[in-house]
Design a protein around this ligand. Structure first.
Ligand SMILES: [Zn+2]
Ligand SMILES: [Zn+2]
Length: 144
């Protein structure tokens, strides 16, 4: 078998059999990757709908206030795309996330009656964190 040349390096538009096979293999690989990504998303959505794990464990995403947070391998994330934090290093759990959110909410609610907002941002010292912010009382506190 001849050594396959890269298709783009081939001046003749007619591909050799080896090149065509190689190209086909590349395309099949790309399709497999696409299918794998779609499967992961579908799995995530199914898991989300089922309650995100154990009964009573569901935590609503503070960023979009609509979807449920998903916790997988130390990473807490929401399919809204507004929240994705790696808590593996600090041994984070969904229960811990819920506690931190509830605590931040209570601390703010004790001082201010406005609805706070939550957003993920990089901290000045580096690393991503979830912040509680409020335009009414100018609160700005790290939650996670
Ligand atoms: Zn969300
Ligand atoms: Zn406030």
């Amino acid at each position: 078998m001849r050594k396959a040349r890269r298709p783009e390096a081939q001046p003749d538009p007619t591909l050799t059999r080896a090149e065509a096979a190689l190209l086909e293999a590349f395309e099949a690989e790309a399709r497999r990757e696409e299918a794998a990504t779609a499967a992961t998303v579908a799995e995530l959505e199914l898991w989300e709908r089922s309650g995100g794990g154990e009964e009573g464990e569901a935590v609503r995403c503070p960023v979009c206030a609509r979807r449920r947070l998903v916790f997988s391998r130390g990473v807490v994330l929401c399919s809204c795309g507004g929240l994705r934090l790696d808590l593996a290093a600090e041994g984070g759990t969904l229960a811990r996330v819920r506690e931190a959110l509830a605590e931040a909410w209570q601390v703010h609610a004790a001082a201010c009656r406005a609805e706070p907002a939550f957003q993920q941002r990089a901290a000045p010292g580096g690393g991503e964190h979830l912040w509680l912010t409020c335009q009414h009382c100018s609160a700005f506190a790290a939650v996670l």
